[in-house]
Design a protein around this ligand. Structure first.
Ligand code: NAD
Length: 323
């Protein structure tokens, strides 16, 4: 009864045209129910899609089942039941295992179904799997996200899509259930979404350590943190990190919803990309090493902004301000 009602709400929400374009109502399978995947799945359920979930973490699965999802025993079993498989896994190793490993998604996917990888992963892996996936008559998109766990909770993620344009348009109702419609972009062919995501994460973490040096120096030079931030925001040296994200450091929150092990994975992939393209990426390599030092110091599950704390601890200060 509940499922029929949800389906009806979904029809109303996306309208007849969408249903004609998508060829009917889509059943979604979601694999990877962590800090990001769990709230993203909740938003998919809220939008009215029938949802099947899989994760190694049984607690994460039961939480979603309590909200109306069904649980699958394996990625293959999940793929057999759905029209769209979404993966939101730690990185390329887990994506490869879940998609192409024994009992994996590719053993269960039906012709005409679609795989969307929303993990931050390697552009090369998607391209490597593409010929096999195309030969099965399965569609493929990479659609990594930014916007942190709070964006996943509020359904306002930014989404960067690689893959066929017609398929992208067909999948928009699903992507819009998780992201801000004004900030969902098709970037180019398969792999292009992952490429842009690695570049933007690299820049953000470069900004983080540049801001750490600047604020620690300013603070030790006796400049009030609020005044320094206002001056920098008004200057040509402003960045989104300086204007917004560093505020969480000022209240002692280094954002544990994005673990340092994932930060280092992303930075490693960005450096690999530079190497593959033959581009010298000295800043990227240095940024990776600073974050690896922070991971060693504070642990792999420590928050994504702990590189700032490295500088605070080294100089024996804390950057704090009321927010
Ligand atoms: P997480 O570690 O919180 O969650 C990963 C989930 O995948 C866990 O529930 C884990 O049990 C599951 N998993 C791991 N291996 C599995 C397997 N073989 N089969 C099934 N399930 C498996 O990670 P997260 O923070 O949710 O990040 C997920 C992805 O999103 C990563 O690629 C990350 O880089 C990216 N990302 C994270 C953030 C963030 O703020 N946390 C923001 C943007 C992008």
């Amino acid at each position: 009864m509940w499922a029929i009602l949800r389906k009806y709400v979904c029809y109303l929400r996306f309208g007849l045209m969408e249903l004609i374009k998508t060829g009917g109502y889509m059943r979604i399978g979601f694999i990877g129910l962590g800090h990001m995947g769990s709230p993203m799945t909740k938003n998919i359920i809220k939008s009215g899609f029938d949802t099947v979930v899989f994760d190694l973490n049984e607690k994460a699965v039961s939480e979603l089942v309590a909200l109306g999802a069904s649980a699958a025993a394996t990625p293959k079993e999940l793929a057999q039941q759905v029209d769209v498989v979404i993966t939101m896994l730690p990185g390329p190793a887990q994506v490869r295992e879940v998609i192409a490993g024994p009992g994996g998604v590719l053993e269960g996917m039906k012709k005409g179904s679609t795989w969307i990888d929303m993990s931050t992963s390697s552009p090369g892996l998607g391209r490597e799997l593409a010929p096999k996936i195309a030969a099965m008559g399965v569609g493929q998109l990479d659609a990594p996200v930014s916007g942190m766990a709070k964006g996943a909770i509020s359904g306002t993620l930014q989404i960067f899509v690689g893959g066929d344009e017609a398929l992208y348009k067909q999948m928009l109702p699903v992507l819009e259930a998780m992201g801000d419609p004004a900030r969902i972009f098709r970037i180019g062919p398969v792999g292009a979404g992952h490429t842009v995501k690695l570049i933007l994460n690299l820049l953000w973490f470069e900004h983080a350590i540049a801001a750490a040096e600047a604020f620690v120096m300013g603070s030790l030079a006796g400049i009030d943190i609020d005044v320094l931030q206002k001056a920098l925001v008004a200057s040509p040296a402003n960045s989104n990190f300086i204007e917004h994200d560093i505020n969480s450091v000022f209240v002692g929150d280094y954002d544990e919803s994005f673990a340092m092990r994932l930060v280092c994975k992303d930075l490693g992939l960005a450096v690999d990309m530079g190497r593959d393209l033959g581009v010298p990426v000295e800043m990227a390599a240095l940024t990776e090493q600073v974050h690896r030092r922070a991971m060693r110091q504070y642990g792999e599950n420590g928050g994504e902004m702990l590189a700032v704390k490295l500088y605070e601890d080294l100089m024996g200060i804390q950057l704090r301000a009321e927010r």
